[in-house]
Design a protein. Structure first.
Length: 173
């Protein structure tokens, strides 16, 4: 069984991940509704932290995040299927620059999931692949695409090369 401190650390990380995941510029979604949705999904997913594999905290954490993702995907599919749900899609924001949070909110769900698992939750690529139930190569590809979109949104350019391109050809005596 996990200590109270370990439980609160994992629960806080799951809540932060959930809030970052459900905030999306493509949908009209206020902060109060996002918080309520995260709490509902958190209660369901946190049971995995309590009833997870005995003694393996990391595996239980991956299972809880995976369960949260599955529950959120089911919620989004249900809303998309229900045309009368009041779920209004907003036009994509035309913002070209801005904060990283705005850029992350503008990412498609599959890219946002992979990025948040690695960058925010601190999972390894393999753990993120396990949580998303995808091969490792697809998760790495999604991370590359997400980072490229973030860089484009933030207006980043390629850094200047600090050494000559032919440096590997020099002979050192």
């Amino acid at each position: 069984m996990f200590s109270v401190r370990e439980w609160s650390d994992d629960a806080g990380a799951l809540r932060r991940f959930g809030l970052a995941l459900v905030r999306d510029d493509r949908f009209v979604f206020d902060e109060v509704a996002a918080g309520a949705l995260v709490e509902r999904l958190f209660r369901q997913a946190s049971l995995t932290l309590v009833d997870g594999p005995a003694g393996d905290r990391r595996a239980a954490r991956v299972c809880a995040f995976a369960q949260f993702i599955r529950l959120y995907r089911r919620y989004v599919r249900r809303l998309a299927a229900d045309e009368d749900s009041g779920w209004i899609e907003a036009p994509p924001s035309g913002r070209s620059g801005g904060s990283a949070a705005v850029a992350v909110r503008g990412l498609p769900l599959d890219l946002r999931e992979a990025l948040l698992l690695v960058a925010l939750a601190g999972f390894t690529h393999q753990e993120a692949a396990t949580a998303l139930d995808l091969p490792l190569a697809i998760v790495v590809e999604r991370l590359v695409h997400a980072r490229a979109r973030l860089a484009a949104h933030m207006g980043a350019t390629r850094p200047a090369v600090a050494w000559p391109l032919s440096a590997h050809l020099r002979i050192v005596k």
